[in-house]
Write a protein that binds this ligand. Structure first.
Ligand code: FPP
Length: 276
């Protein structure tokens, strides 16, 4: 299913348009998730301080979001700040990232309105500094009625802690309703995740070449196609999002099944022979 979000293809650059025209409109992803990595290395390569890499990374966030909104992508979910970043990075860097998030929201909410983008968050956001939470709430409230791309920022997010939070909520439900444990389904777990309102990602992009999922959307990426690019996040643009979608469309998604070509009729009456 591809979106009912209005397309603004005429706003794509000539380069973006040439990739967009190669895409099959009936096989566009509904949900793209991105692990934005490489801000520090981008800065290091230029003998710049790490914070300048993050600052440049915030620009990529806006440009990629706008490209997503032009092609009518319904869901874009960006890993902006992990629980591990919060715990393991020097306080000065964490504080800088918090200030950057605040100023990013202040300066870009108008552009989100112009692009019909709605902003939301996932993660243990109640643990973020109160002034950051206020700004987040303001941005979410201001963009609430937009009907285009939903940009979800994962903030103070960890996939395992999300699952823990879901299990806690589910256990509370079971205690309240007296439901039988054996009746719990995958759908019940899904309903208690932060992402209950959205489809699972079709495509997960990771920048800067690392082959890891880094505790991102662990439950949700069970059947997601993964695309890794060597490009550092501060250099990632709408064009590269389109190229990743083109690569995604060259994949065959089987969800544990077989492709049409590989499916063989099972001979009737034949016993099943165990194979290793
Ligand atoms: C990885 O770079 C990126 C992050 C720590 C988080 C992503 C943050 C941004 C894109 C900037 C701000 C975002 C918003 C929404 C305003 P790294 O420092 O781990 O890079 P390295 O692996 O090269 O050191």
């Amino acid at each position: 299913m591809y979106s009912t979000v209005p397309l603004r293809i005429h706003e794509l650059s000539a380069e973006e348009l040439s990739v967009y025209r190669t895409l099959d409109p009936s096989r566009m992803p509904d949900h793209v998730a991105i692990i934005m990595d490489g801000n520090g290395r981008w800065a290091g390569m230029r003998s710049l301080k790490r914070f300048l890499g993050h600052q440049q990374g915030a620009k990529s966030v806006q440009l990629v979001t706008e490209a997503a909104s032009r092609i009518g992508l319904p869901w874009l979910t960006l890993y902006a700040f992990s629980l591990e970043n919060n715990l393991r990075r020097p306080r000065a860097e964490v504080n800088f990232l918090m200030r950057l998030l605040k100023s990013y929201l202040e300066s870009n909410v108008q552009r989100m309105m112009d692009n019909n983008v709605r902003i939301r968050y996932i993660g243990r956001t109640h643990e973020l500094p109160p002034e950051v939470q206020d700004k987040m709430q303001w941005a979410a409230e201001t963009t609430r009625r937009n009907t285009g791309t939903t940009l979800t920022l994962a903030l103070n997010y960890g996939g395992r802690s999300e699952i823990v939070d879901a299990f806690r909520a589910l256990a509370a439900d079971v205690a309240r309703t007296g439901r039988k444990i054996e009746e719990i389904t995958e759908e019940d777990v899904h309903r208690h995740l932060y992402t209950a309102h959205m489809p699972d990602p079709d495509l997960l992009i990771r920048t800067s070449g690392e082959m890891r999922v880094s505790n991102y959307l662990l439950w949700q990426i069970a059947y997601t196609e993964i695309f890794v690019t060597e490009r550092y996040w501060p250099d990632f643009r709408g064009l590269h999002l389109l190229e990743a979608i083109a690569a995604y469309q060259r994949r065959e998604r089987r969800y544990g099944g077989l492709s049409e070509a590989d499916a063989e009729p099972v001979p009737e009456g034949e016993g099943a022979h165990a194979t290793a």
